[in-house]
Design a protein around this ligand. Structure first.
Ligand code: FMN
Length: 168
């Protein structure tokens, strides 16, 4: 799958089958997280692969719209060090987007999830203080076919893209 197709065709999915994720595909997803560029090349991001049911539920309880995530076979907890520099969210965003696009190209479904209660999230994965569980990303085989899966419409191109300067 070419990069443009992978990006344009990706839909976030919250419903998964019980099938396990092929190990080779998961390794590619995780390596794409590792390869994400970071501010000043600090490489302050880490990923924890969560498959244990009770840990997934604890992680799900650390967000406000995430009580469903234990239904995914794999939840990736995306962490960033508190010393990550000025744009930690951008670093984690690159990690998460790499994971989701590579997952899509591998035929896997995914969804990003916001974590808001950091202490609870750290406890869910036994991570030490000094780290922020910024986002989680669910990974699995989609329960619905591509055409059954709804994607939210995006704003028109000319509302999203301005050439040269802000329009008058
Ligand atoms: C920064 C960010 C945070 C998100 N947080 C959540 C979340 O907490 N729970 C959830 O179910 N989906 C979450 N999503 C998924 C969005 O709802 C989804 O990307 C959006 O509805 C577009 O979906 P689509 O690409 O399938 O059209 C999040 C997405 C982003 C980019």
């Amino acid at each position: 799958m070419d990069a443009y197709k992978a990006v344009i065709g990706k839909k976030d999915s919250r419903e998964y089958t019980n099938e396990s994720v092929p190990e080779q595909s998961l390794k590619k997803v995780l390596n794409s997280v590792r390869m994400a560029g970071s501010g000043k090349n600090r490489q302050a991001g880490r990923v924890v692969v969560v498959t244990d049911e009770s840990r997934k539920k604890m992680l799900g309880a650390a967000g406000d719209y995430s009580d469903w995530i234990h239904n995914a076979p794999i939840v990736l907890a995306m962490l960033i060090s508190e010393d990550a520099g000025l744009r930690p969210g951008f670093d984690v965003g690159r990690m998460a987007q790499n994971a989701m696009i590579v997952a899509h190209a591998e035929g896997l479904a995914s969804c990003p999830v916001t974590i808001v209660r950091n202490d609870d999230a750290l406890a869910a994965i036994d991570a030490p203080t000094g780290w922020i569980v910024h986002m989680a990303v669910t990974i699995g085989i989609a329960a619905k076919t591509e055409s059954e899966r709804r994607s939210h419409p995006r704003i028109p191109f000319d509302e999203a893209v301005f050439w040269g300067s802000w329009p008058k």
